[in-house]
Design a protein around this ligand. Structure first.
Ligand code: AKG
Length: 253
């Protein structure tokens, strides 16, 4: 599925854009489901520890905007399908190897940067909190992401350095460190159209600015690992929970 050039690009740069990963009707269907879920979680009975809210509403008179819906795949089979359809299995087997598996309890979320209030995500490497350097993520864009609504920024090639020491008392990168600072100055924005996807390595530094614009930015994010390395996580988070591609559905919860 990937060309040799794409595979080499991913290995060298730590990320790969996959334009038009989802067709427009599928994106539209997922956005309708996302709208329903966002409306549901804003009702008193919809609140859950898996929903993270912003401090402010995106529109006057409304409740706080929703920032993150965790365990998104368990909320509708169409989201789970995005995480583990056959094309994803093939892609992950190409970049991770034949025992690539979906990791149900890392990322597995929809992130929403609501107009005017969507928060900043500081510079970090996912592998720091996950205690793992071999995982990769697939981000699938449901709305346009551009510099003024907080598109992702990444540092090409920095994943080859492995994990940097995070800033004191934080899981984020330490811009005051001269080596990390010099890498961060090489950051590039990664704008995306609805339906595009982005593959990125757990050691790839990434960041996204607050959304000061009038345009919402939504994406789904899932994480993958070699099943044989799933026990290699040295995280304080719960152990990695993996599902082989093609196995029965994830537990609904
Ligand atoms: O979607 C974003 O803006 C950033 C998400 C992210 O960095 C993460 O979940 O690790």
């Amino acid at each position: 599925m990937l060309t040799i050039e794409e595979r080499r690009f991913f290995q060298a740069q730590g990320y790969l854009r996959l334009p038009g990963w989802l067709a427009e009707p599928r994106v539209a269907e997922l956005n309708v489901l996302a709208d329903d879920e966002l409306a549901r979680v804003r009702t008193p009975s919809g609140s859950s520890a898996w929903n993270l809210l912003e401090n402010a509403p995106s529109e006057p008179g409304k409740g706080p905007a929703v920032y993150r819906l965790s365990r998104i795949a368990a909320r509708h089979s169409a989201f789970e399908e995005v995480a583990r359809e056959a094309r994803v299995a093939e892609l992950m087997q190409e970049v991770l190897g034949p025992d690539a598996a979906w990791c149900v309890n890392r990322h597995n979320m929809m992130l929403i940067k609501a107009p005017r209030v969507g928060r900043e995500v500081p510079w970090h490497q996912d592998g720091v909190n996950w205690g793992h350097t071999g995982m990769v993520s697939l981000m699938v864009f449901l709305e346009e992401a551009k510099p003024d609504n907080g598109c992702l920024q990444i540092v090409p090639g920095a994943h080859r350095e492995g994990l940097f020491d995070p800033a004191p008392n934080s899981g984020n990168m330490n811009a005051a460190d001269p080596v990390q600072g010099s890498w961060l100055r090489q950051a590039v924005p990664v704008p995306a159209r609805p339906g595009d996807a982005l593959l990125f390595h757990a050691c790839t530094p990434h960041y996204s600015a607050a959304n000061g614009s009038e345009c919402s930015r939504r994406n789904l994010i899932f994480a993958y690992v070699r099943a044989g390395e799933a026990n290699g996580s040295r995280s304080r988070m719960e152990p990695l929970e993996c599902l082989a591609f093609g196995s029965a559905c994830a537990t609904r919860g």
